[in-house]
Design a protein around this ligand. Structure first.
Ligand code: HEM
Length: 109
């Protein structure tokens, strides 16, 4: 991963329509993305609108690491069939690396 969190903050504006990060983050259309690294997919407490697909992937062992985040952000439906995240994906690998680096600044691991 060679991502730039400062550039990633700009990329995150696309995500911020649906997701929040930081100390005051609350669930919106999508779940809060604090501490996403290492977390089992589909398990943010109080987020009640997950798709069956993402919950099943989590139960089957999907945990968010760099590789899986990269795949999901490139094309959400390619990793999680039936995902409720209606986002066309980030085609540029550098943008994905940058936004992942930005997310990492809100994760302990
Ligand atoms: C789920 C990241 C854009 C709506 C997720 C998850 C991640 C993520 C990591 C999985 C969370 C978990 O398992 O708890 C991002 C990033 C984005 C982005 C980095 C921008 C590059 C968006 C946009 C929307 C959205 C624009 C709304 C149009 C959702 C929803 C889910 C989700 C509804 C739950 C998916 C499901 O239940 O299948 N997102 N997201 N996201 N996101 Fe996004």
């Amino acid at each position: 991963e060679i991502g730039d969190p400062v550039a990633g903050e700009k990329v995150f504006k696309e995500c911020a329509k649906c997701h929040q990060v930081g100390p005051d983050a609350v669930n919106r259309v999508g779940p809060v993305l604090n501490d996403v690294f290492g977390r089992q997919a589909g398990t943010v407490e109080d987020f009640t609108r997950y798709s069956k697909g993402i919950v099943r992937m989590g139960v089957d062992g999907l945990h968010w690491d760099i590789e899986h985040l990269d795949t999901y952000l490139e094309n959400p439906k390619s990793l999680v069939s039936g995902t409720r995240m209606s986002f066309r994906g980030l085609k540029d690998p550098q943008e994905r690396a940058d936004v992942i680096a930005y997310l990492r600044t809100f994760s302990a691991s």
